[in-house]
Design a protein around this ligand. Structure first.
Ligand SMILES: Nc1ncnc2c1ncn2[C@@H]1O[C@H](COP(=O)(O)OP(=O)(O)OP(=O)(O)O)[C@@H](O)[C@H]1O
Length: 354
């Protein structure tokens, strides 16, 4: 069942001098209890999409439909319900918490405003939430201020605060990118555990395909490039056999722990050629990726390819999806959470150092 749909979103920022909109005709759908990951390099519009999905930003054009209702047409009481049911977790847990409030003071207003529990049960509920996210569930901890927490503890608390409102959907915007490598996997595992326990859906935003591969098992992946969706489909299919050259390049760049695997890659794209293209600006005519694409020809530079189905439920905006080579086995395996900590840690460590 569809929980959230965004349809044909276009976003222009009025003060922007960029030649392209931040989002250009973006659509996606999130089913109840499911994970949709949005991946792409910095500036491709992921945060804008997350802000629109959670009602923080009204799109220039397009529709946001939550639980079968157009959210920008909701009466105030229903709007408040939507804003409660869709929570956002941000990249920087410190910036998302008021430094002048204790943890209890951060939790209490939401619990009361949305009548989650009666006033006399607020402390009990706050302690339950701390335990749920793996923090010390004692009242002294609730009297702490955000600066008295480590980065990992702060993100755990930000997750507790989001979950406290009993949402159906959490937009997790780069939730681990500012954390130490050592705690990243723990936070991803916490989010995955909460999904099962609390019946949550996620829009999971990341620039790092290694993290997305870890988080999105069984879910869907949306790959964005300069405001456009270039590929979307089931995680296993996109990771196993990407059909857009940009997804291929992102996946191929995931660090793998065994250098012999890297050397053994069956490279079907000329490395020097790719190096020359990596910083090219987006193409303003035709396919947005044409300037960086090793397969682009005149047709790609003159025609914007529509998203076409390349396998059931899997679409790519490419005129030549069959030209995208197969990935090495080390990359295309969808990692089982908890099953490959070493591989994940090393991958994330390398990504962190970039
Ligand atoms: N408030 C704003 N005003 C003007 N332009 C903006 C604003 N917010 C974002 N942009 C621009 O919109 C585009 C998309 O930005 P957005 O933050 O959504 O991308 P992103 O993929 O989340 O990148 P990052 O990971 O760096 O945050 C970028 O070109 C950005 O500069």
């Amino acid at each position: 069942m569809s929980l959230l749909q965004v349809r044909n979103l276009t976003q222009y920022y009025p003060n922007s001098t960029a030649p392209l909109p931040a989002l250009d005709d973006v659509s996606l759908e999130v089913a109840k209890d499911s994970v949709v990951a949005v991946v792409g390099e910095s500036g491709c519009g992921k945060t804008t999409l997350g802000r629109i999905a959670s009602g923080l930003l009204k799109p220039t054009e397009g529709e946001v439909i939550f639980d079968d209702q157009q959210v920008w047409k909701l009466p105030r009481s229903a709007w408040n319900g939507y804003r409660r049911r869709v929570q956002i977790i941000q990249q920087d847990p410190y910036a998302s918490l008021n430094p002048g409030l204790t943890l209890m003071e951060s939790l209490r207003p939401g619990l009361l405003r949305h009548k989650i529990v009666p006033r006399r049960q607020v402390t009990e509920e706050a302690l339950r939430l701390l335990a749920l996210v793996g923090l010390d569930d004692d009242e002294a901890f609730l009297r702490r201020f955000p600066h008295q927490l480590s980065g990992g503890q702060r993100q755990r608390f930000a997750i507790a605060r989001a979950v406290s409102l009993r949402p159906d959907l959490i937009v997790a915007d780069e939730p681990t990118s500012m954390l130490d490598v050592s705690v990243r996997v723990a936070i991803l595992d916490l989010l995955l555990a909460l999904q099962a326990e609390e019946g949550l859906a996620y829009v999971f935003i990341s620039h790092d395909f290694g993290v997305v591969r870890y988080f999105t098992r069984g879910g869907r992946i949306v790959v964005m490039f300069f405001g456009q969706v270039v590929e979307e489909g089931p995680a296993e299919q996109i990771i196993g056999r990407p059909r857009h050259p940009y997804s291929f390049q992102l996946l191929e760049a995931i660090p793998v722990p065994d250098p012999r695997t890297v050397r053994a890659r069956a490279r079907q794209i000329d490395e020097a050629d790719l190096e020359d293209r990596v910083d090219q600006p987006p193409s303003l005519t035709g396919c947005i990726f044409a300037n960086r694409c090793p397969f682009a020809d005149d047709a790609c530079r003159s025609t914007r390819p529509p998203l076409i189905e390349v396998a059931p439920g899997h679409r790519a905006a490419c005129l030549y999806p069959e030209r995208v080579p197969d990935l090495p086995d080390a990359v295309r395996t969808v990692v089982e959470p908890g099953a490959a900590d070493v591989e994940i840690d090393e991958g994330l460590a390398t990504a962190h150092n970039r």
